[in-house]
Design a protein. Sequence first.
Length: 346
Amino acid sequence: MKLLITGGAGFIGSAVVRQAVARGIEVVNLDALTYAACLDNVASVAGRPNYTFVQADIRDGAAMAGVFATHAPDAVMHLAAESHVDRSIDGPAAFIDTNITGTYHLLEAARAHWAARGKPRDFRFHHISTDEVFGSLGETGFFTEQSPYQPNSPYSASKAASDHLVRAWHETYGLPVVLTNCSNNYGPYQFPEKLIPVVILKALAGEPIPIYGAGDNIRDWLHVEDHAEALLLVLEKGPVGRSYNIGGENEMTNLELVQRLCAILDRLRPGPAPYADLITFVADRPGHDRRYAIDPARIRAELGWRPSHTPETGLEQTVAWYLDNETWWRALQARKGVGERLGAAR
């Protein structure tokens, strides 16, 4: 199989690239190399005979047609997206342009390629999305594949729109698609504007660790390596038109998460005082969803997948990775917006 992965120099995409290449899959990594991308994320597979990198933008329809014509993939895993909620509050246009218009151009290029090859039944277009499209949960309940869409941020609205486009291209044109919606990811190579790397790097710098509101918003945390494994499984075994929710089964409040990270840092890199002393509560994000939680029963029952990382093992491994890879994250801290409070104003 030749697999085209979009956004393969990003956090989740690069994890999929590394796993796919290691399995012997022929991978074409397509990335526009915008601010959150980093080719160091895939340096371990660069030069492998089953790996090719292509710099191109999914918003460029002609470029997408050219990529399909040149590389003739048997499957597509679409991860390229603008993904930071705070940035979407400050600048929603980029999210509409990339996540909606870009997905449209990619779908059209994939459809033309699929049709030109005689519409093979084993072709797949795997669209990777987020649980945020379902909105916010109360104190109980879980998102399932039947949950209604109710996005509350420009980011989640743009991802919801892309989900609907993919479904429409399947229903209208017969394009063989599978879809997945995941919970919050964490792990190595996460761009240092997201919560977990922010906490680690602020703590190491002795700076205030910001927590939005009261820190009681709840997220379900999924290790990126578990997620990549699930994505490749869905690509291989998921029936056409099927969707799967992928969760880590690791719910915790933001405050609890930060406290756990501080405790791990206290053990691995002791400072002059407990790192939790740096916790600082700041004004909440506008429209901050209260709780996300995924019921992964379908993917467990149908495909036999469940996460292998616990919060204890996964968070410790993640903290240790950032401690051991200072050169990687220091090179990214100068990029626009990193370290700044974004998305604060309505």
